[in-house]
Design a protein around this ligand. Structure first.
Ligand SMILES: NC(=O)c1ccc[n+]([C@@H]2O[C@H](COP(=O)([O-])OP(=O)(O)OC[C@H]3O[C@@H](n4cnc5c(N)ncnc54)[C@H](OP(=O)(O)O)[C@@H]3O)[C@@H](O)[C@H]2O)c1
Length: 292
């Protein structure tokens, strides 16, 4: 922060899982703004704020992330995930800042045949309101020539909202309460540690590589069923995991059956390595949940 109040980074959605970790990593050089302070849908507010602080980079971690609820609140979801991103792109372009927009593996709704990890060039096929609005958000972000879209998957990390949980913390809670849990085994993806993702985004923000899309996920692939089994093994929880199908689980919004992302483009930049999903999960459980 300099004497004029200018700062290096502004992080929106700063109370969410990724936003709060971004602020922790960027420290003093960052202004983190939660929903209550900076509603990204309020264009006038965002314009005033960004023109006042003139950050070099805006990292948009704000999003409508309730995937199932989005099916019933499509307009609201579109306003946050797409329209507001267009405004952020315009405003950041006006002040010469880079916009980093965080997006999702859900932009790939149809599995390739045979299955192989999606690259940044693979044509998208979003299914469901959340996925469609996130893809629209990617397109809106590109209104700023200095933009990066970071696609990631299945985040788990700390959040400043005490009520919020992620897949890992939910499994640990359920595993301690129940004899068995039923978990979907037909969605193939790469759940990713927020801590590692935030480190990678900080690197991208700092090193300013070519604008465009970057896939940033942990390495390897798994299913939520396997992820739950590994979580219980690491956390030493004695709970059976039963595999079920997505149809049996019956979520309102569709989920991609295969959305593994190829992160070679990110790794070629020689930034912080993303570890395997197993190593990242082990670190998260040991460090964050204080389980040895
Ligand atoms: N979570 C995942 O598994 C996952 C996977 C792939 C990609 N992503 C993407 O990664 C990014 C970060 O996700 P996350 O897991 O950190 O989500 P999160 O924990 O739900 O955080 C999103 C934050 O955005 C805030 N927000 C909602 N509407 C807003 C608005 N109009 N203005 C300002 N803030 C607003 C939310 O506030 P409230 O909580 O008060 O509503 C919340 O604090 C998102 O772009 C998401 O689409 C997430």
């Amino acid at each position: 922060m300099n004497a004029h109040g200018d700062c290096e980074y502004v992080v929106t959605g700063a109370k969410g899982q990724l936003g709060s970790e971004m602020c922790r990593i960027l420290g003093q050089s960052c202004r983190g703004q939660g929903f209550a302070e900076l509603d990204i849908c309020d264009k006038q507010l965002v314009t005033g704020y960004l023109h006042r602080h003139k950050p070099r980079v805006v990292i948009n971690c704000a999003a409508y992330t309730a995937v199932d609820q989005a099916e019933d609140f499509a307009d609201q979801c579109q306003r946050v995930n797409a329209v507001a991103v267009g405004h952020l792109a315009e405003i950041t372009a006006e002040i010469g800042a880079t916009l980093i927009q965080v997006s999702t593996d859900y932009v790939f709704g149809n599995p390739p045949n045979p299955p192989h990890p999606f690259t940044e060039e693979t044509p998208t096929s979003p299914v469901g309101v959340y996925a469609q609005t996130k893809l629209e958000g990617e397109q809106q972000a590109a209104k700023n020539p200095k933009h990066m879209v970071v696609r990631t998957c299945g985040l788990y990390g700390q959040s400043e909202r005490p009520s919020s949980g992620n897949f890992v913390t939910t499994m640990i809670r359920l595993g301690r309460e129940r004899d068995f849990v039923s978990v979907v085994n037909d969605q193939h993806c790469t759940p990713t540690s927020v801590k590692e993702l935030a480190r990678a985004i900080a690197f991208l923000a700092d090193s300013s590589p070519a604008p465009g899309i970057y896939h940033v996920v942990n390495q390897g692939e798994t299913t939520w069923f396997e992820m739950a089994k590994e979580t219980f093994r690491i956390a030493k929880i004695d709970c059976e995991v039963k595999p079920i199908t997505s149809d049996e689980f019956g979520a309102k919004a569709p989920r991609p059956p295969y959305s593994v992302l190829n992160a070679d483009k990110y790794h070629a930049l020689d930034g912080p390595r993303m570890s395997t999903w197993q190593d990242a999960l082990t670190s998260y459980i040991r460090e964050t949940l204080k389980i040895e």
